[in-house]
Design a protein around this ligand. Sequence first.
Ligand code: SF4
Length: 343
Amino acid sequence: MVDKKKSHSHSNQISRAASARKALLQWHEVHGRHELPWRQRSDPYAVLVSEFMLQQTTVTTVTPRFHAWMERFPSVGHLAGAGEQEVLAAWEGLGYYSRARRLHAAARSIMEHHQGEVPVEESDLLALPGIGAYTAAAIRAFAHDQHAVVLDTNIIRVLARWGNMISPIDTAGGRSSLEAIADTFFPKIGCRSLASALMDLGAMICTSGMPDCKECPLQKTCTAASPETLPKKSPRTVITKLVEHRACFQKGDQLYLEQSQGPRWSGLWILPDLGSAKPSGRVLAEITYPITRYRVTMKVHSVKSAIPAGLKGFSREELANLPIPSPHRRAIAAILFPSHTPE
Ligand code: SF4
C-alpha cells in the first residue's frame, strides 16, 4: 500500500516536471537570451572559454571580452600554442588571473591528451585544470548536449522554488533534496536547451528577491509557498570577538613558555596566560586568529617581574624545533624578529 502511494506520487512528480519543461521551453524560444555570444556558437571550445570566464564574472563584463578572446585565440590549438604573458594580457579586465592560467593549461592538456577536442566524458573533463563538477556538467550539456544536471545559482534558485524546498541549501539534506528535484526536472536528452532555459528564467523572472510569478511559464506547476524566502540558507554563525592577554618573560637569550594542559593544545608550548592579572607592560605583539566561532586577538605584554615556577626557558634554536601552536609561533616570531613579520 505504502509503495503504491509512493509510486503514485513519483509518477505525479514526473508528469508535473514534464508539463513544466514543456511550458519553460516554449517560453524560452520567444524570450531566451539567444543573443549571448557563446550560445550562437556550437564549438565546444567556445563553451569551454565562456564557462571559465563566467566562473566569477558577470555576463555583461564577459561578453565583449569573449569576442576579443575568440578573435585572438580562435581554437584550442591557438590558445595552447600561446605564451603565458600573451594569455594573461588577453584576460585583462576579467580578474582572477588564476582562471586564465588554468584555461591555458587545460588547452595544453586537451592538445596533449585529446587531440585538440574538448572531451565529452565527465571523468576526462574533471581531470583538466580548473574544471570542477559544475563546469564539467555545463560543458557536457552546452557543448555536447549530453545528459548533465547543471546547477548554477540561477538554476538552483528556480528549482528550489519550483519544488518548494524548505531545507537549507547549504546542508547535506538540502543538497540531496535539490538533487532529487533536479533529477526529476532534467530530461535524459535535451539538457542544453533546458539548462539554458532554466538559467534565463532565473536571470529574468525567478530572480533573487521577489520573483515575477505572474509572468512565469512555471506558474501552474510551481509549488513555492513563499518564493521570495527560497532557497533557504543556514543561519550564519555569529563571530564573537575575544581579547586574550599573554605574557612575555625573557632572560638573556631565553624566552619562557608554559606547557599547555588545556584540551586544545595539550602538550604544546605556549606563551603564559595573564589570566585576570591586569596587563601593564608594553605590548610586544598583537595577532588575531580564529577558533570555532571566535575571533581572538592575542596581545603579548612584556613582563619584568620574577619568572613564575612552571615556565621553561628556550633559546631561539630550541624554539625552532619545539611544538608550538601556530598563533603562538606567529606571536613569538613577531617578538623575536619584528622586522620579518608581515603583521
Ligand atoms: S512561479 Fe514564481 S517562484 Fe515559481 S518558478 Fe516561477 S517565478 Fe519562480
